[in-house]
Design a protein around this ligand. Structure first.
Ligand code: PBG
Length: 344
């Protein structure tokens, strides 16, 4: 027989076989695989990012994000109801601001009647069991596409923080439950916490984009909010260098000390090591943002028939749980929620 030509089994090998260790034993049936499963993805892990656009009755496809649309406020209300119905805990709003309303200082961010505020009020009016998150950063509102105020070529830190505090108050006033600063200015969490507290928004939560990297994976998002064409230069003087890890710990440590209730890592999949390190180090609620480019990659490959889109989606989300994330911001949220509930 052919096995006679194989090399002899080593004694270590023999020992483990004799001791009875066979890793495949637990894997052989579905029930057993379920029984030994260490991590699970549930609907409670999901935060759904939603793009809002001016108008009525509008669902405007975002070409670089197949299946994703910009929604007018009435349609966003509809999707907020769907989110609540599906049991998704929270949605995150991102506005597409009319180019005419964009200026050097992003003044539209402070307009109490801007798109984000309109959507907040309309959704809050539904009285849903649904958290409402809003992004704090100036990029959807600035003519130069940067998250902060500019002087020449540089992004001013403290002046921007001042503006961000006003933006956060504007959103809290409109009913936002969770303020999510995505700007990466120094000191913004503490300043925003203080601003909220002095205006009696003590219960408004803060999810800090603590480790936000200067990433190529935000491309499709910038299309969705209309800032890709306008962005001058890049964001490397405030967003983090993809080469760094220790720096993420320092950022998170500062944000937590300044009053962040939750921290976030962004992008998601290429930065699972950061999620794990932050969770191990701080044991605070930690989230990952599976960003637009990650979504687009899975969609593009599955659209071409190169991979099984549903399986890749589920595997990618489970990986966040394995890395220690308490939840995931993902454009797949409604699809996953339906799948987990066994409906589509
Ligand atoms: C804005 C912001 C960005 C994203 C979320 N908030 C883009 C950026 O920093 O340029 C990206 C989200 C995504 O790619 O899905 N500060």
């Amino acid at each position: 027989p052919s096995h006679r030509s194989l090399p002899p089994i080593t004694s270590d090998h023999m020992d483990s076989l004799l001791a009875g260790t066979r890793m495949r034993r637990n894997r052989q049936t579905d029930w057993s695989r379920r029984l030994i499963r260490e991590n699970t993805l549930t609907v409670d892990d999901l935060i759904w990012p939603v793009f809002v656009v001016d108008g009525e009755n509008i669902r405007q496809p975002v070409p670089s994000m197949p299946g994703i649309e910009r929604l007018s406020v009435d349609e966003a209300v509809r999707d907020a109801n769907l989110a609540a119905e599906l049991g998704i805990p929270a949605i995150a709003l991102f506005p597409y601001t009319d180019p005419d309303l964009r200026d050097d200082t992003g003044s539209e961010a402070l307009n109490p009647d801007n798109l984000t505020c309109q959507a907040c009020r309309a959704i809050k009016g539904e009285g849903l069991n649904l958290g409402l998150m809003t992004d704090v950063a100036l990029d959807p509102y600035t003519s130069h596409g940067h998250d902060g105020l500019m002087h020449g070529d540089s992004i001013l830190n403290d002046e921007t923080v001042d503006q961000l505090c006003r933006q956060a108050l504007n959103q809290a006033e409109a009913g936002s439950d969770v303020i999510a600063p995505s700007d990466m200015m120094d000191g913004r969490i503490g300043a925003i916490r203080q601003a909220l507290d002095t205006q009696d928004y003590r219960s408004t939560q803060i999810m800090a984009y603590s480790a936000k990297y200067a990433s190529a994976f935000y491309g499709p998002f910038r299309d969705a909010v209309g800032s890709s064409g306008t962005l001058k230069g890049d964001k490397r003087t405030y967003q983090m260098d993809p080469a760094n890890t220790d720096e993420a710990l320092r950022e998170a440590e500062l944000d937590i000390a300044e009053g962040a209730d939750m921290i976030m890592v962004k992008p998601g999949m290429p930065y699972l090591d950061i999620v794990r390190r932050l969770k191990d180090e701080f044991q605070v609620p930690t989230y990952a943002y599976q960003v637009s480019g990650e979504f687009a990659m899975i969609k593009a490959a599955s659209g071409n028939g190169w991979l099984d889109g549903d399986r890749a989606m589920m595997e990618s989300l489970l990986a966040f749980k394995r890395a220690g994330a308490d939840g995931i911001l993902t454009y797949f949220a409604p699809t996953v929620a339906k799948m987990l509930a066994g409906r589509d």
